[in-house]
Design a protein around this ligand. Structure first.
Ligand code: SF4
Ligand code: SF4
Length: 245
């Protein structure tokens, strides 16, 4: 897969770009081939629930699981189909999981970059990805980045991805390897909520790091909130040195 080519501009939330994508455009679906489609924990939850699959079933059928080169954190990526490198969720009429498609598919033709500057302040910038096959750039529809985020339903994705991003940032600055138990807990909290739930049901370990009984009971009713608790639990345990103040 070719590396993306970025426009030279760095866009903020109120900057305007021109783009439109719609069924019938000459390049329709071309962007869904040979994609490096890494799923964040929230992407993973949305897609596997849309398909009605357990975490294990989803990974066995549609994904590859590996450790990230730099972070050594677990990574789940969608496997493209062998015969034509298309995304397994692509159909002639478009994306079959469109309401639950991952954040990167929603964000395209933008790419979002977040982090902390030298003073430790969080930043968020966007860049336009220019791919020769994508004709949406020639559509004269001006839109701000902020409007694009709203239109594409990206708010919950970015909220969860930023929470996960804090863990990735902490891991990048950790100067020791993760133990096998830590790695297992990270995987379970992020990508195996069926196995994480019984740990939460026991409650003690969660009460011990400041979650309330009420909070714990509430998340047991709602998988999205269970994921949120899982990510916050990792921040309060394995990565606590980066978040204590
Ligand atoms: S998830 Fe949907 S939008 Fe994203 S690459 Fe696959 S088919 Fe395309
Ligand atoms: S306009 Fe771009 S994003 Fe839309 S279908 Fe064509 S290649 Fe994909």
């Amino acid at each position: 897969m070719d590396q993306p080519v970025f426009d030279h501009r760095k866009l903020g939330l109120d900057d305007v770009f021109e783009f439109s994508c719609f069924p019938g455009i000459s390049c329709y679906n071309l962007c869904c081939y040979d994609v490096n489609l890494v799923l964040s924990p929230y992407d993973f939850l949305r897609v596997r629930r849309a398909l009605g699959l357990s975490s294990e079933e989803f990974i066995a059928r549609f994904a590859e699981l590996y450790l990230g080169d730099v972070t050594q954190l677990p990574v789940v990526a969608v496997k493209m189909q062998q015969h034509d490198f298309s995304c397994p969720f692509l159909r002639p009429e478009g994306c079959s999981i469109y309401p639950d498609r991952p954040a990167s598919c929603r964000t395209y033709p933008l790419a979002r970059f977040t982090g902390r500057d030298e003073e430790g302040k969080p930043f968020e910038i966007y860049r336009i990805i220019r791919e020769t096959h994508c004709k949406g750039h020639f559509e004269k529809r001006p839109i701000t980045v902020r409007e694009w985020i709203k239109e594409q339903g990206l708010e919950p994705y970015y909220e969860f991805n930023d929470l996960f991003g804090e863990i990735v940032f902490a891991r990048q600055h950790m100067d020791r390897p993760l133990s096998a138990d830590e790695l297992d807990l990270i995987y379970t909290a992020c990508y195996a909520l069926e196995k994480f739930r019984p740990l939460v049901e026991k409650k003690e370990g969660f009460l011990a790091v400041g979650f309330s009984e009420e909070e714990i009971n509430r998340v047991l009713e709602d998988e999205t909130e269970l994921l949120r608790l899982g990510l916050n639990f990792l921040k309060r345990t394995i990565f606590r040195e980066f978040f204590e103040n």
